[in-house]
Design a protein around this ligand. Structure first.
Ligand code: G2I
Length: 471
């Protein structure tokens, strides 16, 4: 199974449809200033981390310090992931077992491992009603407020400069339809405990993104509405918040919501990043794989969804191992869910199970071939991955006989198509005719060489010509 997905092979499920869609489109269009071709595949990441990085995102996992001596575990960790979240080691009970006596041994092991292997770290979690040390559980009022503030300050200071994003406050809202805060000792110190924690974290480590993190907030409901209102209020009053984490623990009783993407988007529209922070989906086989694919595509469709973290590596590492909710089996083998995630990260994958398959009929004409580079300009060749309701287009920009130091690619999107996310180029807009301009690092291309950019959107992908010109 893995060999099918080796670099350059593309996504077997999506390729035939992509080729069909584009071939039909090209057949009806006169090729004008540049050549439109169908490449046999897009460049594809071969690991979760590298595939996510192609759109500027990360792919992470929860890590337990005591498993860092397990070679199978570490082998997968180092190969596949570029973000780690300590599963328990940064929590209050672990880092401050006695008041004002801090123990960073296990958390430091994870941070050191991450740094040594080029991974970033999500800090989890500074203030939470659960996993408090016994001494904190028995505090209340001003003494607890002051202990919490000290804890946030001390831990964020210890890790200053080493944390990509902190879950500053975890799970502060109640389940059910009330939209109320969860009752806890922290909550009983006053409603403002959350913003106090965020302000202390910002002061201690101004470089870390500061997140609010919760579960059962993955779709629009009373709980997520309450979090939404809090974030809106924080933004309006200047309380420092940069991101919202959606834990995304799913099973048959709590499935991936149909409005998952819309919910991520509405939070992103408040001006915060969104992250999928503790993803696991109980199940097996195709159903589990499809659900994972849906989650990944939802994140990719939201430009401010900056990354995805799964809550463990192998099923046997999971906090709910019996539900086999992860991407690797207990022996460390890739599951169908892994393949689905990788395909989705690479812009392909099967369409969401709730939508009908595309209805285009197979074309009998052969796709055009790519001519060798010639002349002074550049050419743009498109690869389209189309599914019902959405698409990813990769554009390969190839220099002609002379070097180029900047390029523009102009494409016209069909009516109704909207770009939701672009990487490795600067688009002039999101609909209609869009001019994609190189970024600083990819404007220079040697003769005959190429670079690639891409974009994702809703609707039908571009079927016009890609006009490439030198700047
Ligand atoms: O419960 C799943 C997650 C929900 N969101 C917040 C996360 O922090 C939380 O993670 C889980 C860990 O995966 C578990 O490993 O948090 C649990 C505690 O709330 C963790 O479980 C604890 C056990 O309850 C302890 O008995 C054990 O000593 O893990 C500890 C360390 O292995």
């Amino acid at each position: 199974m893995d060999k099918v997905l080796a670099r350059g092979s593309g996504n077997p499920a999506a390729r035939p449809r992509a080729r069909t869609a584009l071939t039909l489109a090209v057949a009806g269009v006169a090729v004008v200033a540049a050549t439109v071709t169908v490449a046999s595949s897009a460049s594809a990441g071969t690991t979760l981390g590298s595939a996510a990085a192609e759109s500027g995102r990360y792919f992470g996992t929860a890590v337990a310090a005591y498993k860092l001596s397990d070679s199978t575990y570490v082998g997968i960790l180092n190969r596949e992931f570029n973000m780690v979240t300590p599963e328990n080691e940064m929590k209050w009970d672990a880092t401050e077992p006695s008041q004002n006596q801090f123990n960073y041994t296990n958390a430091d092991r994870i941070v050191s491992h991450a740094q040594a292997n080029g991974m970033r770290v999500r800090g989890h979690a500074l203030a939470w009603h659960s996993q408090q040390p016994g001494w904190a559980q028995s505090l209340s009022g001003a003494a607890l407020r002051s202990a919490m503030t000290n804890h946030v300050t001390q831990v964020a200071t210890h890790y200053k400069g080493k944390i990509y994003a902190w879950d500053v406050v975890n799970e502060a809202f109640a389940d059910g339809g009330t939209g109320a805060r969860r009752d806890s000792n922290l909550q009983r110190t006053g409603d403002d405990w959350i913003e106090v924690a965020f302000r202390a974290a910002r002061t201690a480590d101004p470089g870390a993104k500061l997140c609010y993190n919760d579960y059962n907030t993955d779709g629009q409901n009373a709980k997520s509405n309450a979090v939404y209102a809090m974030v809106q209020d924080f933004k309006a009053r200047g309380v420092p918040i940069d991101c919202v984490g959606f834990q995304s623990h799913f099973n048959s009783a709590s499935p991936v919501p149909s409005d998952y993407q819309a919910n991520l988007q509405r939070f992103a529209n408040l001006g915060v990043d969104v992250q999928i922070t503790e993803l696991d989906i109980e199940g097996s086989g195709t159903t589990q794989a499809d659900n994972y694919g849906r989650v990944v595509r939802a994140c990719l469709a939201v430009s401010r969804c900056t990354g995805i973290t799964v809550w463990g590596i192998r099923d046997s590492d999971s906090w709910r191992a019996s539900g086999t909710p992860l991407l690797f089996d207990g022996s460390g083998n890739k599951k169908p869910a892994y393949t689905s995630v990788l395909n989705a990260l690479n812009g392909g994958g099967t369409p969401p199970p709730t939508t009908a398959p595309p209805t285009t009929t197979p074309a009998t004409t052969a796709p055009p071939t790519t001519p060798p580079p010639s002349g002074n300009g550049c050419t743009g060749s498109l690869t389209l991955n189309q599914w019902q309701g959405g698409f990813v287009t990769y554009v390969r920009v190839t220099a002609g006989a002379n070097p180029i130091n900047g390029w523009n690619v102009v494409l016209t999107l069909p009516g109704g198509a909207t770009i939701t996310n672009t990487w490795s180029a600067q688009p002039s807009g999101t609909t209609g005719t869009v001019n994609f301009r190189n970024l600083d690092y990819n404007g220079s291309i040697a003769p005959g060489q190429s670079t690639e950019f891409g974009f994702q959107g809703t609707g039908v992908g571009p079927s016009g010509t890609a006009t490439c010109s030198v700047r």
